[in-house]
Design a binder for this molecule. Sequence first.
Ligand SMILES: O=C(O)[C@H](CS(=O)(=O)O)OP(=O)(O)O
Ligand SMILES: [Mg+2]
Length: 227
Amino acid sequence: MDTRFLGIPELTEVPSVAVVVDVMRAYTVAAWAFAQGAEKIVLAGSLDEALALKAAHPTWVALKDGPPAPGFDTVNSPGLLRSTDLGGRTVVQKTTAGTVGALAVKDASLVLCASFVVAEATAEVLRTRGGDSITFVVTGEDGRADEDLACAQYIARRAADPRTEATEYLTRAADSRAAHELTEGIREGVHPDDVSLCLELDRFPFAMLATSEESLMTLRRYEGSTP
Ligand SMILES: O=C(O)[C@H](CS(=O)(=O)O)OP(=O)(O)O
Ligand SMILES: [Mg+2]
């Protein structure tokens, strides 16, 4: 199998199968949103687009990274989201790295968004649908964010060998720059439990599949075998 690990600036071709990884925190947050009942997540390309979608659909929940901001309902924090009821709601998500990475591969034939909380479910989709070539988009720090690279490498290994152990990959993520910045309060819009929530292996049994719906990149939970 041809497996590549690329940062967003290195995406010069449309991949066939793309796994977009953002551990801290976009795709941990997205998984929590589904766990809290969200029906779908629209991935916005800019803050202005997110606000325009919210204005056009006032019942949608607009979410951004960093500090709270006017027009947005909440922030990119799993610790904060886990006490929010999102039953049947549509979430609009805009973050610095994660949502940008998914939009960068929107023309791929299969796009999965992933983090440690959905690692095994994602690996299982790759075992059945991954084909010969998989591109992992390491969204943070232009491909150098070790929490994202470690998770991507773990999912790739796990897809090939379900006996792969997670410990060394989780240890790298726990020691990443993002983990330290979240812990030390350098990043904003943070709950004290965010880092530990981002390191919960296989917290959720579903994968997350992104497709274009009415020209919007839309993420849904996926538990079947045929995306
Ligand atoms: O919310 C996050 O953790 C980051 C943004 S920042 O580094 O906190 O400013 O966004 P993401 O796209 O989820 O990596
Ligand atoms: Mg990140």
